[in-house]
Design a protein around this ligand. Structure first.
Ligand SMILES: [Zn+2]
Ligand SMILES: [Zn+2]
Length: 190
């Protein structure tokens, strides 16, 4: 299926992804989430049912299955992020000193702006997450890119023996389905 983004030449395929989110300021990781992923721009879309199930996990106060080590990019590489960016934590920040960098998707006038996200990676078969990782996002089509320097620094951080700064809860997508059917059963049982 063609990518849902206008002008993107890519096509979408089904994939199980690891999803790191920050509902209410608290980082959590959800594994095995079914998603449609574009092979060109990496855009990720969820079906309506999947979104509902993710909501149950985000706000359902379920027991996590385990935990994932958390690193902080801003702490490891403070020179990459200005105070403002760190203070804002999560979200889009206009890096006015960056020259406008035109979007790579053909035929539209978007430019990339910097934002920070929760990045996840598999390291020696184990999931780890890094908070406050900067990436570039197009202000029109939301196409995203990581700068080479950022990726090199992430390699460096995750190959080093720096201790993680904490841990975040790990959930499995299937847990959302359990919560949903529990609720349904409770309603039926009344
Ligand atoms: Zn795409
Ligand atoms: Zn764009």
């Amino acid at each position: 299926m063609k990518c849902y983004k206008q002008n993107c030449p890519g096509s979408e395929h089904n994939e199980l992804i690891t999803y790191a989110v920050r509902p209410g300021g608290r980082v959590m990781v959800i594994n095995h989430v079914p998603a449609m992923v574009c092979d060109f721009c990496g855009a990720t879309a969820f079906s309506y049912e999947t979104s509902l199930q993710l909501e149950h996990i985000r706000y359902g106060e379920l027991e996590p299955l385990g935990s994932v080590p958390l690193y902080d990019y801003a702490q490891a590489f403070p020179e990459r992020l200005r105070e403002k960016l760190v203070a804002n934590g999560y979200g889009t920040v206009n890096m006015t000193e960056l020259p406008p960098f035109k979007c790579r998707l053909p035929g539209h006038p978007g430019v990339y702006q910097q934002e920070t996200i929760v990045y996840q990676r598999c390291r020696n078969g184990q999931l780890v997450v890094v908070d406050h990782v900067p990436r570039l996002v197009c202000n029109i089509c939301t196409d995203t890119l990581y700068e080479e320097q950022t990726l090199r620094q992430l390699d460096k951080l995750l190959e080093s023996d720096i201790a993680p700064s904490g841990a975040v809860p790990l959930y499995d997508f299937a847990q959302g389905a359990e919560a949903q059917s529990d609720k349904e059963l409770a309603t039926v049982g009344k």
